[in-house]
Each structure stands twice: as C-alpha cells, then as structure tokens.
Write a protein of this length. Structure first.
Length: 317
C-alpha cells in the first residue's frame, strides 16, 4: 500500500467557482483524499460566476485556505496581469503564515502560470517537491485570446518565466499528448505525465435518469460553458440568422454559461431579432447535465490557433 502523502494543492480556482479548473481540482482533491492522502488546498476566494451569475459567497471548508484576489473586470492587459499577480502575492503570504508543518509535495495548477510561481516559492519554504499541473500553455493561450500580444516585452518575459518554471519542477502533469511533447521539449530533464480530464461516474449515471430527447422538430443545438473569445459563439448566431432567413423552423440554439463575450452575444441576438436562440446564465451542475442529456446535439469549437491544438477542451469529455 502506498505511503500517505501530505499534499498542498495551489489553485486560483476551486469550488464553488464555475470553471473547468475548479471542477478538475475539486474532484482530484476528493480522489486523493479517498486514497488516504492528507490534502490541503490554497485558493482564492470564489470569484467566478455561480448558477445565479454572481460571484459565489465565501464558504468554510475543512482543509481549504482562501485568500483575497483583485477581481478582473476587463479593461486591458495590466488589469488582467494585476488580477493574477494579486493571487500570487496573497497565496505566498497565506502559505507561509496560515499553513502549518511541512508537505511532501506542492501541486500547483496553471493557467495562470503565476500560480506555478507561488507553488515554487511555497515548495522551497515547506521543503517539498514541486509538481506543476499544466492545463493550457501560458502565455501563448493568453495571446490566443487577445489578452497579451506576442510582440510585447511582457509576453517575451512570460515565455522566459514559463521555461524557467518547467525546469524547476520535479514532475509536470498535463492533459494531452501534444502538450506533453511540447513540455518535454522545453524541459527535457523534467518528467512529464499525461492525466486526461474525465467525468465523475456519478454524473454519467445521472444521465440515465433523464428521458430521451423528444423527436424533432425542433432540433435543439446546445452549448454549455465559457462564453469567451476563444469559443467564437457569434458563429452560432450567424447560423441561426441564416436558418431563419431560409424559413427553417426545425432548429433552435441554446447557449448556457457566462463569459466576457456574453454581453456582445446578447446584443447581437437582439439586433438580429433572433427568436430561435436562447442565451441563459450559468446553471448548477445537475441542471446543466439535464440540459445536455436532453439536447439533440452538442456544440463545441475553438478558434484556430496552434496553441489550442495542443490541448483537449474538458467539454469533450
């Protein structure tokens, strides 16, 4: 039987935030605890939308230490960087003064890569091994969203930080084979392991409790997730407009989630007068699963970008 480890997980996002990262980390922590390991979590106060579309309230949870964070509300790359740097600063302070004892390993999950910097510092302080969990290649993924320009000195500095950090980890975990190849090229002496995203079995079981979707028409094409720049969901509204113009009434579109592009999508829907599109806010996980199970088809896309081709969106699972 493996020896139980004392593990510190450092993640900017955690339950009850509604993000793929928050779900992945929460479920991983629960799995590790079931395996008998002692796991503590260092994370920010909830700051990503709940099913009500608001910032989640702070909650008390055993083994979870929460720090303040400067919320990102748009307004340029410096506000974006300040948002991430604030967690780096507060996480290091909390890790030093609010946690007790030493850990066997620190598992820091990125993006943003600044979380890895916090993990590196805390691993030194706590005399622990550093494990980096890389879900997206940063800062390249930030450049793909338009939040950073590859022509700036800030981007070049971030690329240097990326390689420096990879080479100081004992182990890197990532979510796809092409990403593993990229990481091994940047840090050939660091071990890299692929841990794919997945779906908890209880969520799969819940699908069986929902009735099969009714026979068409209309067909319902459903998207559930982040409404950001990378998803380019305006394409769905263009499709809905074309279908309406062609007199097709047998298809409708359902967009569920939150994100920086949501206001623009709502404005586009209103301007086009689309009655075959419904745009909803975030739903609870059971509600989202029910909508997914009852859809006629599910929609998923990302803008074309070499960086994005290295990963597998968690919604695929």
């Amino acid at each position: 039987m493996p020896i139980p480890l004392r593990i510190l997980v450092v993640s900017q996002y955690y339950h009850p935030d509604i993000t793929a990262a928050a779900f992945r980390v929460k479920e991983t922590v629960e799995l590790l605890r079931r395996k008998g390991h002692h796991v503590e979590v260092l994370t920010a106060r909830p700051h990503r939308a709940t099913a009500e579309g608001k910032a989640p309230p702070a909650i008390d949870e055993t083994g979870v230490v929460r720090t303040p964070i400067v919320r990102y509300r748009g307004g340029g790359r410096w506000n974006y960087i300040l948002h991430y740097l604030s967690f780096l600063l507060f996480a290091v302070v909390a890790g030093i003064f609010r946690l007790r004892g030493r850990f066997d390993l620190v598992w820091a999950t990125s993006p943003p890569l600044f979380v890895g910097v916090a993990g590196f510092i805390l691993a030194l302080v706590r005399r622990a091994e550093l494990v980096l969990d890389i879900r997206d290649i940063w800062p390249d993924s930030a450049a793909a969203t338009g939040q950073l320009s590859q022509k700036t000195r800030l981007f070049r500095w971030a690329k240097g930080l990326e390689v420096w950090l990879y080479r100081r980890a004992r182990l890197i975990t990532c979510v796809a084979s092409p990403m593993a190849g990229y990481l091994r090229g940047k840090a050939p002496e660091t071990s890299v392991e692929i841990i794919y995203n997945g779906v908890p079995s209880e969520l799969l079981d819940s699908c069986a409790s929902h009735p099969a979707p009714p026979a068409p028409p209309p067909l319902t094409i459903t998207y559930v997730g982040n409404m950001g720049y990378l998803q380019d969901l305006a394409l769905l509204l263009q499709a809905a407009d074309r279908l309406r113009s062609a007199g097709r009434t047998d298809m409708r579109f359902e967009l569920i989630g939150e994100g920086v592009e949501k206001a623009r999508l709502l404005a586009q829907k209103k301007a086009l007068g689309l009655t075959n599109v419904e745009i909803l806010g975030p739903l609870s996980k059971p509600e989202a699963i029910a909508r997914t199970c009852n859809a006629s088809a599910l929609f998923l896309q990302l803008r074309e970008d070499p960086t994005l081709e290295m990963t597998i969106p968690s919604k695929v699972f």
